[in-house]
Design a protein around this ligand. Structure first.
Ligand SMILES: Nc1ncnc2c1ncn2[C@@H]1O[C@H](COP(=O)(O)OP(=O)(O)OP(=O)(O)O)[C@@H](O)[C@H]1O
Length: 339
């Protein structure tokens, strides 16, 4: 990935809607050719505003973005809002309901030759798996199918960058998984760089080449999904993934794990349970989050704090039972930054 050319560069974007309150606060990142880049962060951290700045819909108070080294103009500098090299798919799709899927998709290329329009439509219907819905109107489509049409329309004119705002938030699990695969495929097959914002960590982990963790309008950490999962910068980044364990060095010491002073993280599958022998590490199962193929048990130590542990589908221990907790050999508690 690192050898690929940088397509999009954001330098110190700043934006406030109200005086003294920054929605985007010195945001910088770059995106490479064909890369899928996720911006994750809590509600209100500035994800949508960042996409609107990038797409040229909003004017930054400061900072600039560049595509192929060319500065992206704000709405005050151009006649039409938006940018022809960057396509944005917003949360509500914005499809033309009175037109067919084919007409919706062809809209951005309506001034091109008929031959190109026909060729491109065929290609987009294939990539976005919409061949059976070409003559259907959007109101007769499911949420996932509408999202496919919105994406097909957005990339009709072959923009090098596609921005997606919470692309799968309205969709059920099965549809999400199909669409993730489709978006990844678009990036690879059409060599389009995709920037998407989400608060769903599964979307971010499974689709992206890199993730930027946003907080209060800026990126705290940019890294591969694996690094963000295993080596998050701080407790905020660590807690994006559910059932995360963050303990202080004092808490760890109380159960026999000696670490220098600080805060440490372990994912639930880094810990395990063994038969209780009344040692320091004895804990009681307080709660189970059941997911069918796995479950997460909340184990409370006698010292008054608890950890989440991942269990496989053959797990049979019942709430209220006691066991010993172990740290699995191949991993260690990860030290988090506290400042
Ligand atoms: N049009 C607006 N006018 C005033 N404040 C706004 C406007 N749009 C967003 N904000 C504020 O700017 C901040 C960032 O909002 P933004 O929508 O970019 O966050 P977000 O991370 O996309 O949130 P969500 O995940 O809930 O969509 C928030 O404090 C929000 O209240």
């Amino acid at each position: 990935m690192s050898k690929r050319k940088t397509i999009l560069r954001v330098e110190n974007f700043v934006k406030s809607y109200e005086e003294g309150k920054l929605a985007v606060n010195h945001l910088s990142f770059d995106v490479k050719e064909g890369e899928v880049f996720a911006l994750i962060g809590k509600s209100g951290c500035g994800k949508t505003t960042s996409l609107k700045l990038l797409s040229g819909q909003l004017r930054p108070d400061d900072g600039s973005a560049y595509i192929y080294g060319e500065r992206i103009l704000g709405p005050h500098e151009r006649l039409l809002a938006g940018h022809d090299k960057i396509a944005l798919v917003e949360q509500d799709y914005n499809l033309f309901n009175h037109q067919t899927v084919a007409d919706n998709i062809k809209y951005p290329i309506r001034r091109s030759s008929k031959k190109y329009q026909d060729y491109r439509l065929k290609e987009l219907l294939r990539i976005c798996e919409l061949e059976d819905y070409k003559d259907t109107r959007p109101k007769e489509l499911s949420g996932g199918q509408k999202q496919r049409v919105a994406i097909a329309r957005a990339i009709a004119d072959e923009p090098p960058v596609l921005l997606l705002d919470e692309p799968f938030s309205h969709l059920d699990m099965a549809m999400r998984s199909d669409l993730r695969r489709m978006v990844k495929n678009i990036a690879i097959e059409a060599n389009i760089s995709v920037v998407f914002v989400t608060h769903d960590t599964h979307d971010a982990l499974s689709m992206s080449d890199r993730i930027g963790v946003m907080s209060q309008g800026t990126i705290l950490q940019t890294a591969s999904p694996e690094e963000i999962y295993k080596q998050p910068l701080n407790a905020y980044a660590a807690h994006f993934f559910p059932h995360c364990n963050v303990l202080t060095s004092e808490e760890l010491k109380a159960v026999g794990v000696n670490k220098e002073e600080g805060e440490y993280m372990a994912r639930p599958e880094w810990l395990g349970v063994v038969e209780a022998d009344h040692s320091d590490k004895t804990a009681t199962l307080k709660h189970i989050d059941y997911f069918g193929n796995a479950s997460y048990g909340q184990w409370e130590f006698e010292q008054g704090f608890s950890v989440w542990i991942h269990h496989d589908s053959f797990f049979t221990i019942k709430v209220g039972e006691k066991r010993n907790i172990i740290l699995l050999d191949h991993v260690d508690w990860w030290k988090l930054q506290t400042k």
